[in-house]
Each structure stands twice: as C-alpha cells, then as structure tokens.
Ligand binder design. Structure first.
Ligand code: ADP
Ligand code: MG
Length: 255
C-alpha cells in the first residue's frame, strides 16, 4: 500500500541546513498497523509529512498504491500532534468532521450517515453540536480521529496522537484505535515517542536512528492479535520486545 524508497529530506534555511532524513526505506502492506519510534528530533514528523504529501522530499519517493505522492493524496487522512489547532473553533464538532467530506463532494445524505457513524464510534454522538473548545483534550482528540475515519481513508497517518492526554484517556484512545483498525482494516502508520505504546499497538515497530536518519530496526511484534491493556502488557514477550526496542533507541541516541 505504501512504498517509501530512499526518502531523503534536507531543510534549507538561511545559513542553516538540516538533514532530517538521510535515506528511509519502508513498505507498509494493506491493512497493516505500523508504529514508528525514534529519538526526539530524528525526523518522525518530517517522515509523516513527506508521506502525506505535505512536504516535498529532497530525494527518493513515496508511493501510495503504486502512484508517486506529489501532493496530499485523496485516500489519506492525517491526525496531527497538535490536534487542538487542527480543529476549527468556530465550527461545531459535526461541522469539523463533515468538512473533508464536503471537500470530497460526498452527497449530503451519505455525509450525514458517515459523520453520525464516526461520532458514534468514538463515543461522541451527543457532542455533535458542541464547539471544540467546550470539550476536554481527550474528546478533542476523538473528534480528530472521527474526522479521519469518516473520510474513509485507505491510509491513516497519526503523529503522536495521544501524547497530550492523561494516562487513562490515552489507554482508552489506544483501545479505540485498535477496535476501529480491526473493524475497518485501514492501513495505519502511527508515530509515537512511547515505546510501550508502540509495542502494544503495532504489528510492526520501525525504529529510526538519530540524525542522519535511517531505519535502524524493523521489528515484527509477535504478540497475540487480541490486545488487552492488562493482559498484553504483562506478557513476558511484551517485556522482551520493549526491552529490545529500548536498547535500539538508547544505542541510536549514543550514536
Ligand atoms: P521528530 O518529529 O522526530 O521530533 P522532526 O521531523 O520534527 O523530528 O524534526 C527533524 C529535524 O528537522 C530536527 O532537527 C528539526 O529541528 C528539523 N526541522 C523540522 N522542521 C523543520 C523546518 N521546517 N525547518 C528547518 N528544520 C526543521
Ligand atoms: Mg514530531
């Protein structure tokens, strides 16, 4: 579904050049859930923005279902890190979720149906007429997720989507994401700085090196498919996998 080959990104500023990505090679199969981890500043957000067609790569390319990405592709939805800023405060929750569907020219009847079903699946059926600023951080993030799901993307990209909410909300949102992913089978790439979260959610964990950034490790998470916050996290294999990833990140930082 996604094929990233030799992806390189250099930011050129006045007198300052930052090589954010050296050469990223990564493929993500249809319906896979992949988590990307790496030291802070290693280029995770840059990678997602290149994949989303929001940044032009300096070298290499990204293909979505075989076609080279040159701008935001129609089949992709992104949930950003700063979700508070990605919702329009003057629009209601419903209008926020509906906006990309209007742009996609989905007919009104179908639009209503998609919005209602997406809001229901994130547990916000009653919040449709509220404005984002009337909601808690966790609820705002669920609105951002609902907006992405209502769009029915082929590929869902998420940049540290749960970083700004409290631990309990975070666990709930993780399980919400897993339930949606199981039901809809959307190819998902999620960036997180939380190693436990990556191992808990993913079928594969991609560990990036520090700059100049390449893929350091591509690890299959061989945990049972059914994940549970308590059961999964107390499995010996879970501990082994997280220790393994921690080791790679520590080595990447020391590099
Ligand atoms: P991460 O998300 O892993 O923390 P980023 O992708 O945000 O990393 O940043 C990678 C590197 O690129 C950092 O050194 C950062 O300072 C730099 N960078 C990010 N965005 C820009 C930009 N717009 N202009 C110049 N440098 C940038
Ligand atoms: Mg980032």
């Amino acid at each position: 579904m996604l094929d990233i080959a030799g992806l390189r990104k250099v930011y050129e500023g006045r007198g300052r050049t930052v090589e954010a990505l050296r050469a990223i090679d990564l493929t993500v199969g249809e319906g896979e859930l992949v988590c990307v981890v790496g030291p802070s500043g290693c280029g995770k957000t840059t990678l997602l923005k290149c994949v989303a067609g929001l940044l032009t790569p300096t070298g290499g390319q990204v293909r979505l279902a075989g076609r080279v990405v040159t701008g935001p592709p129609p089949g992709m939805a992104v949930v950003f890190q700063e979700y508070g800023r990605s919702l329009f405060p003057w629009m209601t929750v419903r209008q926020n979720v509906e906006l990309p569907l209007r742009e996609k020219r989905v007919p009104p009847g179908r639009r209503d149906l998609l919005v209602s079903s997406a809001l229901a699946s994130v547990g916000l059926s009653d919040a449709g007429s509220a404005h984002p600023w009337q909601l808690s951080g966790g609820m705002q993030q669920r609105v951002a997720i609902a907006r992405a799901i209502a769009y029915e993307p082929q590929v869902l990209l998420m940049d540290e989507p749960f970083a700004a909410v409290d631990a309990q909300t975070r666990a709930d949102l993780e399980d919400l994401l897993l339930a949606l992913w199981r039901r809809l089978g959307i190819t998902t790439v999620l960036v997180t700085h939380d190693i436990d979260e990556a191992v808990y959610l993913a079928q594969r964990v991609i560990v990036l090196s520090s700059a100049p950034t390449v893929v350091r490790e591509d690890l299959r998470v061989d945990l049972p498919d059914e994940r549970d916050q308590i059961v999964t996290r107390s499995l010996p294999r879970f501990a082994e996998l997280r220790t393994h990833v921690y080791g790679h990140i520590r080595a990447a930082k020391a590099q």
